[in-house]
Design a protein around this ligand. Structure first.
Ligand code: XMP
Length: 510
């Protein structure tokens, strides 16, 4: 285990991901975490991340000097490097110029940190403060034109400091440097792999569950699908999956989920599909305000799930598809306490009679969840499914939701997705969908006047879904999608393409 101590910098989850790419398991903890707790984890290495503050300012995030006396190698990155220097008696000051962007760094290749790294290498810098005096016992092992200490080390004590960001891909040989630290300096053997994850999880789940009964709310999304399959491999028919079809899924999606998980599917589990379309449509009748729609859908989902759970009776465990970014973002893991405003439908149902929660994916990043999914043999169309909001098409139909409008948006969206896949763009664009605007306009079809709806197409590229850019879909693809939608979907006579980025727009329309 490598512990990543989070000082609030923007690349902190990246640090953890890069470490795991070296097949070394790591977890992120806030800098406020008690040192004894960290000691008790018996880590093989510790990484201090970047952060927004100046370490010499009163009240800045800090750490105890004892951290450096645990006998465990420590690597400080950016703020972490400055903090290490500051705490151990060196000096950190505000620089005359901010160093930002790709910067050529000259490294001392005799340092273990830089073995196999080119002598002059491009690194990503982003700092105001700099190390103006090394802490006693340290030597500088990298420099730039503006920065006398771009990296430093005290080999005897296993302490390393890097001013730039090896975790960012712009640092061309950054992964190698992190590999050097975790594998060569810390001596981690690199046995954290997805197949071992699957094996170990199945074993751990079996031990935990014993003969108990397990209940899982399956949405067909990546996380809940992978969690369900993992559970099914571990405890087979002790698992019941409830899939609520709220009538706001994409075209044929309910049947696709049933085909994979249902009685004719590939897995050993009890599958219950609840066709609750009519219930949802009648609750949504006459409602057009987005948050109100969300609330109705969320609450109704809980009611439906609750009714099914009651039929099943008491269970021992409830499965949640929580993944690591959810843990970190909800403030439980790291320091970046961004609370998500979007809650997945079916959040934590406190009304179901269960004893304990199982979160088998709690420590994984999304790409790792996908790897596990492939490892488990889940079909690729499920593993690489793009994100789909819990309230589904309910928030892609602007204004009131009706069964007729659901059909329109489903048909238009299916055409759009098909053409994006035909153009080979489906893995490149992170989220894309059709929405039904509430606008009707005049058109002409054949010799007749039409007065019909306008479909809006959206496609975005994003890493974290917090910000996004509109994807540049080739014009011919857009033209083809448009003509197919107009010709094949009744009640649509116009198609528009939304090129707003987020901010100021959001990804969804509501
Ligand atoms: P926005 O529209 O806020 O969306 O830019 C960011 C990401 O979140 C998804 N989204 C939701 N997911 N419940 C969810 O589970 C919701 O109410 C919800 N609203 C938006 C959206 O699809 C995008 O991936």
């Amino acid at each position: 285990l490598v512990v990543v101590i989070d000082f609030g910098g923007q690349y902190n989850q990246l640090v953890a991901r890069r470490v795991r790419e070296c097949n070394v398991y790591c977890e992120i903890y806030s800098y406020k975490t008690d040192l004894n707790k960290i000691k008790a984890m018996n880590p093989k290495g510790i990484i201090l991340t970047g952060g927004p503050a100046s370490c010499y300012e009163p009240g800045a995030a800090t750490c105890s000097e004892d951290l450096f006396h645990l006998g465990v190698p420590v690597l400080g990155l950016c703020y972490g490097a400055q903090l290490m220097t500051h705490v151990l008696g060196g000096k950190v000051e505000r620089a005359a110029v901010r160093e930002y962007g790709k910067t050529e760094v000259k490294v001392d290749r005799s340092s273990k940190l830089f073995s196999d790294v080119s002598e002059n290498t491009i690194c990503w810098m982003s700092h105001f403060d700099y190390i103006s005096k090394l802490a006693p016992g340290f030597r500088a092992v990298a420099t730039t034109a503006n920065c006398p200490v771009a990296a430093a080390e005290c080999v005897e004590r296993g302490l390393y400091a890097i001013q730039f960001h090896p975790e960012v891909l712009h640092t061309v040989e950054g992964s190698k440097m992190l590999y050097n630290f975790v594998r060569n300096i810390c001596g981690c053997c690199g046995d954290w792999k997805m197949d071992s994850f699957v094996e170990e999880s199945i074993k751990a789940i079996r031990e935990k569950v014993g003969n108990g009964k397990v209940l899982c709310a399956l949405s067909g999304g990546v996380d809940s699908s992978v969690a369900a399959v993992l559970l099914s491999k571990a405890v087979g028919e002790q698992l019941t999956c409830v899939f609520v079809d709220h009538g706001l899924l994409r075209k044929n999606e309910g049947d696709e989920v049933e085909a994979v998980f249902g009685p004719n599917g590939n897995y050993d589990l009890h599958f219950i599909r609840v066709n609750a379309q009519e219930r949802f449509y009648s609750k949504l009748a006459g409602v057009s305000e987005p948050e109100h729609k969300r609330k109705i859908i969320g609450e109704e989902f809980i009611r439906v799930f609750e009714e099914e759970a009651k039929k099943i009776g008491a269970v021992d465990f409830l499965v949640q598809g929580t993944i690591y970014p959810d843990v970190v973002e909800s403030g439980l893991g790291g320091e970046s306490a961004v609370i998500k405003s979007h809650h997945n439908v079916g959040g934590l149902p406190d009304y179901v009679d269960f004893k304990e929660i199982i979160e088998p994916l709690r420590n994984l990043f999304k790409d790792e969840v996908r790897k596990v999914g492939l490892e488990l043999g889940i079909p690729e169309h499920l593993v690489f499914r793009q994100p789909f909001p819990g309230p589904g098409l309910g928030i892609r139909i602007i204004g009131e939701v009706t069964a007729e409008k659901v059909k329109i948006v489903q048909d238009a969206d299916a055409i759009y997705r098909e053409e994006i896949a035909n153009a080979g763009l489906d893995r490149e664009i992170n989220q894309y969908f059709a929405a039904l605007t509430n606008m009707r306009s005049v058109g002409v079809m054949g010799d007749e006047r039409t007065y019909d709806y306008a479909i809006a197409l959206r496609a975005v590229k994003t890493i974290d879904f917090m910000t996004a850019e509109s994807a540049q879909i080739p014009y011919e693809v857009l033209q083809k999608v448009t003509s197919r939608i107009i010709n094949e979907v009744s009640h649509v006579n116009r198609v528009m393409y939304d090129i707003t980025s987020k901010p100021p727009g959001t990804i969804e329309f509501e």
